[in-house]
Write a protein that binds this ligand. Structure first.
Ligand code: C2O
Ligand code: CU
Length: 540
């Protein structure tokens, strides 16, 4: 009898396991993001900062490709509404969880909460999450890491990994910045006071006040490595203005990933990454066991905060550093490496044939009659609607939107080409760099060039990298070069994507100040195929 019982038990356990197998592949991983604000001094200057679960920057989120994420965002700010966007995550089939205020949802008011739930099954690599309401990107950002499946990981040949989040930081508040940007006379945000690594650095003028327990205070981030091991450094540019170069002295970097796409390992002597971009580089700790000063510094602008230091420390280092070398090299005309054009995908990209016309987006700065300054894209200064576009789709009110806010409609499944064409505005004769980011879709980067794009320029489909943020470089007349007359073309970049994700999506410059000034376009993809809103979706 006992034996019989055991048999039944074994049999039923085996059956249960077999039945559970497919279901157990999708694990739901829950994350609580409790947003609060209090005093902190990331670069040793005391100001109000935003913490997630008491951490600045926000804690990293690690998941496997097969996981489903359930993220509860609790807005514990004093008065500001907020939303949290997972940058580069496609939200395939879940457009309402993109976390983009005015587009996929209404912002979560202070004191309220919301749960996002989505899968990441077609994506892996290095991503980030950040606030996405007005100038808030400045204040909340953290890493998102989606592990490749074990058999892919093995082929990348590294022993361990480290995450390095770079950002830029101002001493004034994001609200003050926004007021200046949108007001008359126009007041530009200026260069950041500090470049942070993993949320901290030191600036020359410290103003530590009495700090609450656990407050972030300035210092230099330390990344510890063990001798002889090879590491995958995941480097994230969470800056809101600065295009950064990142240096690790004495060590060779081999870049292997860009925005979630694996690359042919390529040796680089420094990394260049634009706001919103992420790269993985391999480095081997095969040098003298000591501390090395890593640095980040702004490119393409006249000035850079000079405090973008952090430490690479060998675990067996005999002495430890505390004072960085005197200065970073002075700003000047950049040595044009056009790093994005040097990268090659690991696997031949399967770029679809172009369909239809190329959408040509010319953008430049404009001074409006009321004394304000804006950025226009294809002759329009984009204004985000009050009520989220996606919600307006369900309410059937998109047709009533003013021209400045109307989304462009794209049929589901269309292959869309976009040329991002940068021109000198009528203001300062300067060509700027612009990091362009698309929501809901990754796109193939079909390359860029100087001057004006024309249809005779062939797209480089064989080397296209599938990514979500690309640079329109200032090929000439950057801040430190001779100004050009208004209307002169600076340069362009071409992207292609398959509009396979019905929803409402933004294409915008990832310089937050530019986005606030209107440098955006919105799309409604597959209008008649947008799935129904989940029940109880918060409207706020
Ligand atoms: Cu990283 Cu629209 O955002
Ligand atoms: Cu821009």
């Amino acid at each position: 009898m006992r034996l019989f019982g055991l048999w039944i038990w074994i049999l039923s356990s085996v059956l249960a396991l077999a039945a559970a197998e497919p279901a157990s592949r999708v694990a739901v991983k829950s994350f609580d993001l409790n947003i609060t604000e209090s005093i902190g001094a990331p670069d040793c200057y005391a100001k109000t900062i935003r913490y997630i679960n008491g951490k600045y920057p926000a804690p990293a989120i690690h998941v496997d490709q097969s996981d489903r994420l359930r993220v509860t965002v609790r807005n514990g700010l004093e008065s500001e509404a907020i939303s949290i966007h997972f940058h580069g995550i496609r939200q395939l089939g879940t457009p309402w969880y993109d976390g983009t205020s005015h587009v996929s949802q209404n912002a979560i008011p202070a004191g309220k909460e919301m749960t996002l739930e989505f899968s990441v099954k077609d994506q892996s690599g290095t991503f980030l999450y950040h606030a996405h309401n007005a100038m808030q990107e400045l204040s909340i950002f953290g890493a998102v890491i989606i592990n490749e499946p074990a058999e892919v990981r093995k082929t990348l040949h590294y022993d361990d990994e480290r995450t390095i989040v770079l950002s830029d930081s101002w001493h004034n508040s994001s609200l003050a910045q926004e007021t200046g940007l949108l007001g008359a006379p126009f007041k530009w945000v200026g260069d950041p006071q500090s470049l942070l690594t993993n949320g901290i650095t030191l600036s020359p003028n410290c103003s530590y006040l009495p700090m609450p327990q656990g407050a972030t205070t300035g210092g230099y981030a330390v990344t510890i490595v063990e001798p002889k091991k090879t590491y995958r450094f995941r480097i994230i540019n969470a800056a809101t203005l600065n295009f950064l170069r990142f240096d690790i002295p004495g060590h060779t970097m081999r870049v292997i990933e860009a925005d979630g796409t694996l690359l042919k390992p390529t040796k680089i002597d420094h990394l260049e990454l634009n706001a919103g971009q992420r790269y993985s580089v391999l480095i081997t700790a095969d040098q003298e066991a000591k501390d090395y000063w890593m640095s980040s510094q702004a490119m393409w602008r006249k000035a850079s905060a000079q405090n973008g230091w952090s430490i690479l420390r060998y675990s067996n280092a005999k002495t430890q550093e505390s004072t960085p070398p005197a200065a970073l090299p002075a700003r000047g005309p950049e040595i044009p490496s056009w790093m994005e054009d040097q990268l090659r995908p690991l696997k031949p990209p399967r770029v679809p044939q172009q369909e239809g016309d190329t959408r040509f987006y010319n953008f430049s700065q404009v001074a409006l009659a009321d004394g304000t300054v804006r950025w226009q894209v294809a002759d329009r200064v984009y204004e985000l609607p009050d009520q989220a576009l996606l919600l307006q789709h369900y309410n059937n009110t998109i047709k009533n939107l003013p021209a400045a806010s109307k989304p462009v409609s794209i049929e589901r499944g269309r292959v869309v080409d976009i040329v991002l064409q940068s021109s000198v505005g009528n203001l300062n004769g300067v060509c700027e760099e612009h990091p362009f980011h698309l929501h809901g879709h990754s796109f193939w980067d079909l390359g860029g060039g100087n001057g004006t794009w024309h249809s005779g320029i062939k797209a480089d489909v064989n080397n296209a990298i599938l990514r979500d943020t690309v640079t329109v470089y200032p090929y000439r007349s950057a801040y430190f070069q001779t100004p050009l007359p208004a209307g002169t073309s600076c340069g362009w970049r071409r992207i292609r994507f398959v509009a396979d994700n019905p929803g409402a999506w933004l294409l915008h410059c990832h310089i937050v100040a530019h986005l606030v000034m209107g440098m955006a376009e919105s799309f409604i993809v597959g209008e008649s195929n947008i799935p129904a809103l989940p029940p109880h979706f918060p409207i706020f």
